[in-house]
Ligand binder design. Structure first.
Ligand SMILES: Cc1cc2nc3c(=O)[nH]c(=O)nc-3n(C[C@H](O)[C@H](O)[C@H](O)COP(=O)(O)OP(=O)(O)OC[C@H]3O[C@@H](n4cnc5c(N)ncnc54)[C@H](O)[C@@H]3O)c2cc1C
Length: 478
């Protein structure tokens, strides 16, 4: 029998790791333990009254060549190219996204644009003259630097506050670097002053989607793992770890109705939230500072508020953005506009996303309250009328977005140092590395975990963690 490898979590990262291990060495003994009743993690789909939605629409797009080739092969011709179509609600009207600068100017009003331009160039001139600090560590300082104080105040700060529920001066600049630098709101604003050739802003104009939703892709990944001899055990939550004298691992995992089972491993890959993993390791190797930092790793949660309506289509857009504070939701999307297979012919569905901190007022809101507040916002922006709504559902996604506050990088550095002390355990994936990322990044990180195990089975973790800063530099290309 080959090495025993236990992988915690059957999201795309854990499945990709299992796939790559078995593809290279079919003799390996690979088990994936998943706490939910089916694989997929964040890349799962949900059915609401006959309509299907991903847990947040999962378009397929990558700049990583290894993942591109893998996905095309895995999907076997089922990836379909979709043209992007998004809109933004701004100052009482809709603008196309990505927008034309003239369209934004019309919506913001020429006074605001002129003031913003003056403030932007004034700020740049002051910088050249050496005024102020150039250290751009917070979201606020980076964005003020990029767009000027006025536009930052009018548009950027309210949206950041709305999504992250914290003052932008308390958010790390990486939030902007990961997302906005690749497109999104920030690029849109910058291009107000420096339009691109053709007068239109670049962003991803087309992407792949898979008929039936992202879980179809996960099904193919799961089937690939099982075909190569891997075991995927669902409904098993890893609770604690032990190390035996011979350095092997023992995972204690419980099922939904209690009862536990022990899994033995020579090597482990964990894709569960890194705080949960630390909770399992600290009893083996106590460290008070890691214990404290573990409590300081925070996530933002996302609620999906779904409205099924009695008409074939709600809007003609895939994504709708709501940067202003008068609506509860930040963003909405219409699954059928990603692919017709997502719903019945005469019925439509729109899904609104609401972010919140665990324990906050919104987090405690009842489903009924969330539905009412979202409905109010949808009516006031003219998206739908209450009498058209056939059914509703609220789905809560825990641990949706890692929250990058000002101290998060130093905290993670300490944590990686601590984890290096367990050379046969690799923590990877979005939750395992506390990364705000996309599926392609998680698949790549699963591959890299597998490749490190194949290269140096006696101690794959230290070389794996040398790649973390490269993973942190991945961008979500909007
Ligand atoms: C709203 C939203 C929209 C998104 N849109 C896109 C998009 O358009 N395109 C794109 O490419 N990506 C998108 N993403 C990102 C994508 O979903 C993630 O990057 C990817 O799915 C993360 O995979 P992962 O395997 O690293 O983590 P996860 O999917 O979080 O997997 C971790 C797994 O571990 C399991 N687990 C946790 N604790 C335990 C335990 N103790 N024992 C056993 N199992 C456990 C969990 O149940 C889960 O299945 C989006 C994400 C969100 C939230």
């Amino acid at each position: 029998m080959g090495l025993r490898i236990v992988i915690l979590g059957a999201g795309v990262c854990g499945l990709a790791a299992a796939y790559r291990l078995l593809e290279n060495d079919p003799k390996l003994d690979v088990t994936v333990l998943e706490s939910e009743d089916r694989p997929g993690g964040l890349a799962r789909s949900l059915t609401v009254d006959g309509q299907v939605t991903d847990l947040g629409p999962h378009r397929i797009f990558t700049e990583l060549p290894d993942v591109q080739a893998f996905l095309e092969d895995l999907a076997g011709g089922e990836l379909e190219t979709v043209q992007r179509s998004s809109r933004m609600w701004l100052r009482g009207g809709w603008i196309e996204y990505p927008p034309k600068p003239a369209e934004i100017a019309r919506h913001l009003g020429i006074g605001t644009v002129a003031r913003s331009g003056l403030s932007y160039f004034g700020h740049k001139a002051a910088r050249l003259a050496g005024a102020g600090s150039s250290g751009a560590e917070s979201f606020e300082s980076l964005m003020t630097e990029a767009f000027g104080p006025e536009l930052y105040r009018v548009l950027v700060a309210p949206y950041a506050r709305k999504v992250w529920k914290l003052p932008p001066s308390e958010l790390h600049a990486d939030i902007a670097r990961i997302r906005v630098s690749a497109g999104g709101l920030g690029q849109m604003i910058r291009k107000l002053f420096i339009p691109e050739k053709g007068g239109r802003l670049t962003a991803v104009k087309q992407f792949y989607y898979i008929a039936g939703g992202v879980e179809r892709l996960v099904d193919k990944l799961r089937a690939g793992v099982e075909r190569r001899g891997g075991r995927i055990v669902t409904g098993r939550q890893a609770r604690s770890l032990r190390r035996r004298q011979d350095r092997t691992w023992q995972v204690n995992a419980t099922g939904p109705r209690g009862g536990s089972a022990i899994y033995t491993a020579d090597i482990m890959v964990s894709t569960v939230p890194v705080g949960d993993l630390l909770g399992m390791l600290l009893p083996l190797q106590p460290d008070p500072s890691i214990e404290r930092m573990r409590g300081e790793l925070r996530f933002i949660e996302n609620f999906l508020v779904c409205f099924v309506v009695n008409r074939p289509q709600v809007t003609d857009a895939q994504w709708l953005y709501f940067p202003e504070k008068d609506t509860l939701f930040n963003r909405g999307y219409e699954p059928k506009n990603f692919h017709q297979s997502m719903g019945e012919k005469n019925t439509g569905m729109i899904v609104m996303e609401v972010t919140c901190h665990p324990g906050s007022k919104i987090w405690h809101a009842t489903d009924r309250q969330l539905i009412r507040r979202c409905l109010h916002g949808l009516e006031s922006t003219g998206v739908l009328r209450e009498e058209e709504v056939r059914s509703t559902l609220v789905h809560r996604i825990p641990n949706t977005y890692p929250l990058y506050d000002l101290g998060y990088r130093e905290r993670l550095e300490h944590i990686w140092r601590y984890l290096r002390e367990f050379p046969t355990l690799v923590s990877s994936g979005r939750q395992g590395l506390f990364l705000h990322n996309n599926m392609d990044h998680s698949i790549h990180m699963g591959f890299r975990a597998a490749e490190r195990i194949l290269e140096s089975p006696s101690a794959p973790a230290p070389p794996f963690y040398t790649e973390v800063s490269r993973f942190q530099s991945f961008r979500i290309v909007d």
